[in-house]
Design a protein around this ligand. Structure first.
Ligand code: ZN
Length: 139
């Protein structure tokens, strides 16, 4: 896959790619959002359900693309429940790269951060702070 790092993490990425966690749709999402990384052909659709206190309760995603993009979405879907929107917005690319646990080339960082950007943009749109347009990872 052109990525460095330990075998354990590479195996984890392949496992999440082949057996994505929380794959599918939520019946009653609080918000949904979609995004693409055209450079690689990655696409992620994310559903997020908030509980009554405004914390993320459940996350589901669908998508296609490279192993890094799909594994990052799967890992995030396990990491986000329990967080507030503020905590989600405070995440940065290093948080996702830490979850993946491998060295990622600048090109591949776009793949890694797609799901996080979709979640963060979706939350901003939900709050009326951003226009409702698909997230596109730019050059
Ligand atoms: Zn990719």
């Amino acid at each position: 896959m052109g990525i460095g790092g330990s075998d354990i993490y590479r195996q984890q990425i392949l496992d999440h790619y082949k057996n994505p966690r929380n794959y599918g749709e939520l019946e009653e999402p609080t918000f949904s959002h979609v995004g693409e990384n055209p450079m690689c052909g990655d696409r992620i659709e994310l559903d997020v359900a908030l509980d009554e206190d405004g914390r993320i309760e459940r996350v589901a995603f669908q998508g296609d693309g490279c192993a890094i993009s799909q594994a990052a979405a799967s890992l995030l879907s396990e990491e986000l429940p329990g967080l507030t929107i503020e905590e989600l917005q405070a995440m940065d690319r290093d948080d996702v790269i830490d979850l993946l646990g491998v060295d990622i080339s600048p090109m591949r960082v776009k793949c890694a951060v797609l799901a996080e950007k979709v979640a963060q943009d979706g939350a901003e749109i939900y709050r009326g702070e951003k226009d409702d347009e698909p997230s596109i990872i730019e050059d």
